[in-house]
Every structure is written in structure tokens, then in C-alpha cells.
Design a protein around this ligand. Structure first.
Ligand code: IFM
Length: 458
């Protein structure tokens, strides 16, 4: 943390001025994902996705919200790109909806592809780098009908999709990410059922994870061959585990939490092996791994995207696992997540020590939800400004400790569909009125814009 006197006032947003984050070569961006903003779920030949199916089931999503309209970005993309450019960011992180661009026979859907071509062209014309994620959870439903990520074949279908996209969009993408947060796809989708497709079985979760990571590894050489000028990486969500009780059992509970959240993904990617402690936590859930799989999964990547949001407080459950015991008296966001910037710094520094093959890092998501309201044309999101400033300082601290962090993306550009929480949770730095689709930059967006413009000018 910078000394108090160096801290910016509450209304302004900036990393510590001496940090590399203030330099021109550090990438600043904002992020979104297809299902969360696009809407137009049945237009121009888009096929149903698992989220269309899941969100239609009563009780799965708060208020029964679906992505049918979302932020109507599919129709408002031009003015949304202007909005992004007006913020002064260097880059925009988006995802492609697989069911929009490929039909059931694996052939391109031209109308869907053209949407992304136009979008990427416009972003480039505004001088914005394009960070494109291939899979941010909207699996085509026809693949789920054949077993989804439980079916090894889906990894090969994903590689075909990566092939199509990198041939069609070659030269238009600055950095590809194969998957966003495979932990969420595997655990929330197949382990506890909170996300689509809503299945509940620990063995499903580990097998789905294996096939997701296999798909990632299969896609890497294809992306390299088709689009050699673009970076290739993957995005992982990471969680900090702490404990308020200083016993070996409780410290082990925190370790198991981080094993399950972080090492389950980073171990296979960066060491070519699943962490043994994962199967101490979940005995009997070892996935079926074929010879050669781990070599494919651990192929080198150009960058690792890291998404960080909060810390959890763990205690031993008295058996082989952990329980989450929320701390009293800590600051929380609208999601109920603890605000704990130090966790990001500590995890990044820990990864550098743990993984000899840790590639350069981009913070591909960080941000918070708050119950923001427009009053007299403005949105006072002071808590978000403080949240972001404190996380900037954490990233700067990690860089000072030797971690190679090259960029930071705020989640999110605008309020959007927060999965099983629907539209109630607002993560945007731009407010969206869902009745009118009016976008209103919140004070955090104005503060970011002021910092980025000053950085460019200076
Ligand atoms: O909205 C999500 C995003 O889709 C993936 N990372 C976490 C965000 C906040 O929950």
C-alpha cells in the first residue's frame, strides 16, 4: 500500500504513481462476456446455449432473469464501442458466443461471424487492443445434449471451434483466451449445480474440468498456426483462503480451499499434474486421464489471465474438508464477498514461488457489485472507487515483488447479467437502465477516464 499521503482522494482512481501500472506500456482495459451483454439469443441463426436452457428453469436464476435481451449489445455494439473508447482504455476484453458462430454440423454461421468481425474492426479503428475469449460458459445446447463437458468429444469440438474462429478472425485479435474460469464451468456447472447445466456430482466436476483443460490444450497449437501474431492464454479465477483459527486443522482447511480453487486449474496447466490434495478433499473423484493428456494440457501459453474478487474464511469441517465461516465486521460487496485486496497480492506472489513456468499475467477481471442508482444523472459509486484503488495498490505491490503483471481489466464495462443472480447485482462502471437501455457512466468510470487521459497526456 502507498503511504497515506500518496493515496488519491476518494473520488479519483489511479495506481500508485511510481508503479509500472502508470507507464504507457501497461495495458488498461474493461471486460464483458457474450451471454451477459449481447441479448438477441435467437437472431441471425444463433443456436440455443446451456444458459438459455438453464435460465428458463424456474428457481435457477434470481427473479427468473434470462439473457434474452441483456444489454442489447448485439444491436448497440457501435455506440458501446464508442463508449469503451471514450473511457481512454487501451483494450477491451470480450467473448464470442460459440452457438452464434457455428452450426450443429460444425459449419460457420456467417451472420454470427460477421457480427464479431464488425465489432473487432470497429475496436481496432479506435486503437483498442482486442482480448477475445472463446468460451465464457455459453456452450451450445446440442453439445450438452451429447454430454457436454462430461463427454471427451466436446474437447475436440472446442478445438474445431477454435480452428474456425482463428482462421476467420486472424489478424483481428490481440490476445486469445481459450477458456474463462474453467473452475466455474466445472464446479458450479457440474459439481454443485449453481450454473448451467446444473448437474451435481463431484466426479462430474473433475471429469468436466479435465475435458475443459484438454480442449484448451488442443486449441493452443491451432491458434498459433492460424493466428501467429496473437497471444494465446487462458483465464483462471483465483480465491484467497484464510482462517481465523490458528490450528493445524484450520490452516489445512484454508490450504484445501486454495487447492480446490487455484491449484486444481493451475497445477495441470503449469505443472502438468492435478494436485494430490484435491483428491484428499474429494476422495474417489480422480478423472479419467488418457496417456498424453497432461502434456497437451500443460503446453506453453503466452499469458495467464487472473480474475480475483474476494477472500473466504475457512475452518476444518472435522473430517477431510472445510467449511466457509464468514467473518463478522469486514467490508463486503453487494455479492456478500469480502473486500480483501491483500489476497490478490499474496496469491500473485505465491504463484511466482510455486510455479516455475508462470507466464506473464494479465488481471483479466477485478471489480465489485453494488446496488447503484442513478440520481440527477450521476451514479455515486464511492465504494467501487475505493475498491479499485486498493486493488491497484495490491497489483502494484505484486509487481514490486517481482511478479510480471502486464495489464488490468475492470469487471465490468457495464452492468450486465450476473448469471444465477440475474440483473440485480451491478458490476459495471457504467450503469444500465434495463427498461430503456440507457447507459450512464458511474463516477468510477469518470474517475478511470480522468486517470487514463492524464496518463496518455503525460
Ligand atoms: O460476472 C462474472 C464473470 O462472468 C466471470 N467472473 C466473475 C464475474 C463476477 O461474478
Amino acid at each position: 500500500m502507498p503511504p497515506t499521503s500518496a493515496r488519491p482522494p476518494l473520488s479519483s482512481l489511479a495506481p500508485p504513481s511510481a508503479s509500472p501500472m502508470a507507464r504507457p506500456d501497461f495495458t488498461w482495459g474493461v471486460a464483458t462476456a457474450s451471454y451477459q451483454i449481447e441479448g438477441a439469443i435467437a437472431e441471425d441463426g444463433r443456436l440455443p446455449s446451456i444458459w438459455d436452457t438453464f435460465s428458463a428453469v424456474p428457481g435457477k436464476v434470481l427473479n427468473g432473469d434470462t439473457g434474452e435481451v441483456a444489454c442489447d449489445h448485439y444491436h448497440r455494439w457501435e455506440s458501446d464501442v464508442d463508449l469503451i473508447a471514450s473511457l481512454g482504455v487501451d483494450a477491451y476484453r470480450l467473448s464470442i458466443a460459440w452457438p452464434r458462430v457455428m452450426n450443429e454440423q460444425g459449419k460457420p454461421n456467417r451472420a454470427g461471424l460477421d457480427f464479431y468481425k464488425r465489432l473487432l474492426d470497429r475496436l481496432e479503428s479506435k486503437g483498442l487492443q482486442r482480448f477475445v475469449t472463446l468460451y465464457h460458459w455459453d456452450l451450445p445446447q446440442h453439445l450438452e445434449d451429447r454430454g457436454g463437458w462430461l463427454n471427451r468429444d466436446t474437447a475436440y469440438r472446442f478445438a474445431e471451434y477454435a480452428d474456425l474462429m482463428s482462421r476467420e478472425l486472424t489478424g483481428q485479435v490481440s490476445a486469445w483466451a481459450t477458456l474463462n474460469e474453467p473452475w466455474c464451468s466445472a464446479f458450479l456447472g457440474y459439481g454443485n449445480g449453481h450454473h448451467a447445466p446444473g448437474l451435481v456430482d463431484g466426479r462430474y466436476a473433475t471429469q468436466a474440468m479435465h475435458h475443459l483443460l484438454l480442449g484448451h490444450g488442443l486449441a493452443l497449437p491451432i491458434l498459433q498456426a492460424n493466428d501467429p501474431g496473437a497471444k494465446r492464454g487462458i483465464v483462471a479465477n483465483i480465491g484467497r483462503g484464510g482462517t481465523d483459527r490458528d490450528t493445524p486443522e484450520d490452516r489445512d482447511a484454508a490450504h484445501l480451499f486454495e487447492t480446490q480453487h487455484n491449484a486444481w486449474v493451475l497445477g495441470p496447466l503449469l505443472k502438468g499434474e492435478y494436485p494430490k490434495d484435491l483428491f484428499r478433499l474429494w476422495p474417489g473423484t480422480e478423472p479419467l486421464v488418457l496417456p498424453g493428456d497432461m502434456g497437451i494440457i500443460s503446453r506453453p501459453i503466452d499469458y495467464l489471465g487472473i480474475n480475483y474478487y474476494f477472500r473466504s474464511n475457512l475452518r476444518s469441517d472435522g473430517a477431510h474438508g472445510f467449511v466457509d465461516v464468514p467473518l463478522d465486521g469486514v467490508e463486503r460487496t453487494q455479492m456478500g464477498w469480502e473486500v480483501y485486496p491483500q489476497g490478490l497480492q499474496d496469491l500473485l506472489i505465491g504463484f511466482k514461488a510455486e510455479y516455475a513456468r508462470l507466464p506473464p499475467i494479465y488481471i483479466t477481471e477485478n471489480g465489485m457489485a453494488s446496488d447503484d442508482q442513478v440520481a440527477n444523472g450521476t451514479v455515486d459509486d464511492t465504494q467501487r472507487i475505493a475498491f479499485l484503488n486498493r486493488h491497484f495498490a495490491a497489483v502494484a505491490g505484486a509487481i514490486e515483488a517481482g511478479v510480471d503483471v502486464r495489464g488490468y481489466f475492470v469487471w465490468s464495462l457495464m452492468d450486465n447479467y450476473e448469471w444465477s443472480f440475474g440483473y440485480e447485482r451491478r458490476f459495471g462502471i457504467v450503469h444500465v437502465d434495463y427498461a430503456t437501455q440507457q447507459r450512464t457512466p458511474k463516477n468510477s468510470a469518470k474517475a478511470l477516464q480522468a486517470f487514463l487521459n492524464a496518463r496518455k497526456a503525460g
